[in-house]
Design a protein around this ligand. Structure first.
Ligand SMILES: Nc1ncnc2c1ncn2[C@@H]1O[C@H](COP(=O)(O)OP(=O)(O)OP(=O)(O)O)[C@@H](O)[C@H]1O
Length: 266
């Protein structure tokens, strides 16, 4: 269980995240929604300690994440993979090597410096690529792939890291509808098949409703909604998004996967 208590991050006088408290059970698929500037990215960056909080605490099991430093902080970051809107692959390297970079925390320093990957690590990386239909691209340079393909490689790299939590910061913001679906399906597999907790910032409310078991709505750094997708009424959406509400409701997104729907209505 990830427990966030009174988490606040100020930049100058502005509170980007303002007294946020959440309990996220293992295996959840949480969509963090809200308009631009609501504090979604800052919340994810606080969780994996790319930003430090001004106040409050983050706990994961018996670890006080906010107090970690040195090797313990590196271990937390390995448990807490992050993917970004811009994919963050090494364009000149081939796809397989990019995925193997996710194994760096699992191998000795000698292996990582010399990139002498074991047959086991290669098999793990290839299997992760296969999971997302990217096995046949293993030896292509990452920069030669489409955005949606690159994001699936980034998800495979996160998977081989064997994290407990995957933080996805607007992972489909720059993708077309087909690639959006492929990437969201990949995140759903990470969650449902591999049991990894997923926290995903999304601009599209309909996508969040279709894929996430739970939605956390943020406005001006605060949590203003926390519930299931079908509990989020148009009225709440309008409060969350203001004039943007019309833009975030898109009729063309895929319908909720059956398993997710059944779980949501259980
Ligand atoms: N490093 C920083 N320095 C100063 N202000 C910052 C910094 N990072 C974020 N902010 C401010 O904090 C607020 C929340 O930003 P954040 O990026 O978390 O919002 P967001 O909901 O993720 O928005 P978007 O959807 O546009 O990414 C914004 O007003 C932003 O300008």
């Amino acid at each position: 269980m990830l427990v966030i208590e009174g988490l606040t991050r100020r930049f100058g006088t502005k509170a980007a995240v303002d007294d946020v408290s959440l309990e996220i059970p293992a295996g959840s698929f949480v969509g963090v929604i809200g308009r631009s500037g609501a504090g979604k990215s800052t919340l994810l960056r606080l969780i994996n300690r790319l930003n430090d909080p001004t106040a409050g605490r983050i706990r994961f099991g018996d670890r006080d994440v906010t107090a970690l430093g040195g090797a313990a902080l590196r271990a937390w970051r390995a448990d807490c993979a992050m993917i970004f809107q811009q994919f963050n692959l090494v364009g000149r390297l081939d796809v397989l090597t990019n995925v193997l970079l996710g194994r760096l925390n699992k191998v000795s320093t000698g292996t990582s410096v010399l990139r002498l990957w074991s047959a086991d690590d290669r098999a793990i990386a290839l299997s992760a690529l296969d999971s997302f239909d990217m096995g046949s691209f293993a030896h292509q340079r990452a920069e030669s792939l489409s955005g949606g393909q690159q994001q699936r490689v980034a998800i495979a790299r996160a998977l081989v890291q064997e994290p407990k939590i995957l933080l996805a910061d607007e992972p489909i913001a720059s993708l077309d509808p087909r690639n959006t679906k492929l990437v969201m399906d990949a995140l759903q597999r990470i969650n449902k098949e591999f049991g990894i907790t997923v926290l995903c910032n999304l601009h599209s409310l309909d996508l969040a409703r279709a894929y996430c078991d739970r939605l956390v709505g943020m406005a001006a750094g605060k949590v203003v909604f926390d519930g299931r997708g079908f509990d989020l009424t148009d009225d709440v959406a309008r409060r969350l998004y203001g004039l943007e509400a019309g833009d975030v409701v898109d009729e063309t997104v895929p319908t909720a996967p059956v398993a997710a729907r059944e779980k949501a209505f259980a």
